[in-house]
Structures are given as C-alpha cells and as structure tokens.
Design a binder for this molecule. Structure first.
Ligand code: NCD
Length: 304
C-alpha cells in the first residue's frame, strides 16, 4: 500500500510507465473499462475543485469502479471538529483508495499515515499538487515528445501556486531543463522549491518581465493569482492582474510554444487565445483524466 503525496514519490521510471499506460488508454479505452470493477474511490475535498475532483471521479468510473465522497468540508464531520486522521481511518473502511484536497499544507500526508488504503494528494494548501503535475507531464509528452532540454517559463503567482511547485520539482529531474520564473517580487517561487535547483546546478532566472523572455520559451505555464491564500484583499487586488497574456505579447513567441495553465483562469489568459493552436490548457484537462486512470491502476495494483 502506498500513497502519492509529492511528485517525488514517483520514480522517473514510474512516471514513464504512467504516461505509457495513459497513452494506451487514450487509444484503447475499452480495454480498461472493467479493470477496477468492485473497487471504490473516495474523494475527500475540503476545498473547491472542478477538474481535479471530477476527473478523479470520471477516471474511476471509466475503469469500471465506483465513487463516493464529499466536495466541501462543511458537509463532512470536519465541520464538527473531526481530525483529518480520524476522517482517513473512517473512510478507509468504505473505500479502496482516497483522493484528498485540503487547505492545510501536509494534511494529505497526515491522512496517509492513518489511512489503511492509498491516499493521493489532490492539492494541499499552497504546497503541492502532484496529479496536476502528472496531467502537465502527459501534456508536455504529447506536445513535445520529451522532457529534457526544454526552457520552461512559469508566470504569475509562483509563491502560492502549488501546481508550479510540483511541476518545477518534476521537471528539474530531467537533463538540460532551464526555468524562467516570471512573477511580481512578492510572489516569487519559495526557497524550498529553489534550494534543490541550486544544489543540482539547474539553471533558472527570475524576472518580472513576461514580454522580454517570451521568445526563449518552449513552454509558458500561466497561473492564477491565488486569492484564497492572501492575508489581505488589498494585496490581492494590487497583484491580481500583473500578467495578462494578450495576443500582442505572443508576437515574438516561438511557433511551437506550448501555452499551459492548470485552470481555473481568471483574467490571465483572454478567451481570444483559446483559438491559438499553441493553447494547450484544455488538453491538460482531458489528459488529467487519463493519467489519473493510470495512477489509480498503479496504486490499486490492477492491470488490463
Ligand atoms: C489548481 C489548484 O487547485 O491548485 N487547479 C487545478 O487543480 N487544476 C490551480 C488553481 O487553483 O489556480
């Protein structure tokens, strides 16, 4: 029994395997439609979600399994003061695998210590979001065919954006990757994410200017300013529209740039960009379901 709390809980070989399985599911979904028959996935979401929760649920259903759970803390016994540990022990009696999102950093790790079934971190506060990273990696694999020797730009709220932290950590394991970190001064990547980059001599630059660096990028990963993690509304209002990817900013971008975003977007990508063939964010949404199918299969140790 194993849980996935951080993207580093998976080896590079396991990530390669998950991508291969996800790509096979895309081509032959019927071969996987009953592999989880009789199995149950619980989704314990203490924070809002559209894609992560519904893609987990769709993933389990497309594998022939069933789902149960809750989508807000208020409808669970957390509202009565129940601990994450007790919730995890309880749900282990009803489900074979748990996907959990929680506003507190580390909560899914606590759940994993007390659950008797695998726990998958579906996002913990401003910390990590490993399954979004798997969706991002599958997207990069489909678009670029490789993970090495890419220049990856991250733009927006790099401080609180958990998808950013997990994807930087994941991409830093491949050779020749270079990071361009574009954010306001107040929203720079936290040092716990940068320390391993320095230790491994991975090149990164930090800048506030999106327009200047766009021509160098193979991937531009846009993010939403994470309003719910700010301590005061005035700071959010001041920073929320720091980066808006208007079509004119893309004039000098490469033709094979991949524009990514974990979604939800607010103002940072205008809908006009959706028609640009370089826009990949709705592909990420779809690939997220397939890679979660592969992950559920791996953790439940089922094969086709
Ligand atoms: C992200 C999240 O929840 O961290 N959304 C997602 O899971 N696709 C990004 C965000 O909320 O901005």
């Amino acid at each position: 029994m194993r849980s996935i709390i951080s993207i580093t809980d998976l080896t590079l070989e396991e990530i390669e395997h998950l991508i291969a399985v996800a790509r096979d599911i895309i081509v032959h979904p019927e071969r996987y439609s009953a592999v989880c028959r009789g199995k149950k996935l619980a989704t314990l979401f203490f924070e809002p979600s559209t894609r992560t929760r519904l893609s987990f649920e769709a993933a389990m259903q497309e594998l022939g399994g069933t789902v149960l759970g809750f989508s807000e803390a208020q409808s669970s016994s957390a509202a009565k003061g129940e601990s994450v540990a007790d919730t995890a022990r309880t749900v282990s009696c009803y489900a074979d695998i748990i996907a959990m999102r929680h506003p507190k950093e580390g909560a899914p790790m606590v759940a994993a210590q007390h659950a008797t079934v695998p726990v998958i971190n579906g996002g913990d506060g401003g910390h990590n979001h490993p399954t979004q990273t798997l969706a991002d990696l599958l997207t990069i694999h489909m678009e670029k065919g490789r993970f090495d020797n890419l220049t990856v730009g991250f733009c927006g709220d790099l401080k609180f954006g958990r998808t950013v932290h997990s994807l930087i950590t994941a991409m830093a394991r491949y050779p020749g990757v270079r990071f361009v970190l574009i954010s306001p001064e107040e929203l720079k990547v936290p040092s716990y994410v940068k320390i391993p980059l320095k230790a491994n001599n991975i090149t990164y630059i930090q800048t506030t200017e999106l327009r200047e660096v766009i021509p160098e990028l193979d991937i531009l990963y846009m993010t939403r300013v994470q309003r719910e993690r700010f301590f005061n509304e005035a700071d959010y209002v001041r920073l929320k529209d720091s980066y808006i990817l208007t079509p004119d900013k893309l004039t000098n971008a490469r033709d094979d740039l991949s524009i990514m975003h974990p979604l939800p977007r607010v103002n940072e990508i205008p809908v006009a960009i959706d028609r640009d063939p370089r826009a990949c964010y709705f592909k990420q949404v779809l690939y997220g379901k397939y890679i979660r199918m592969a992950l559920i299969m791996m953790l439940l140790e089922v094969t086709k």
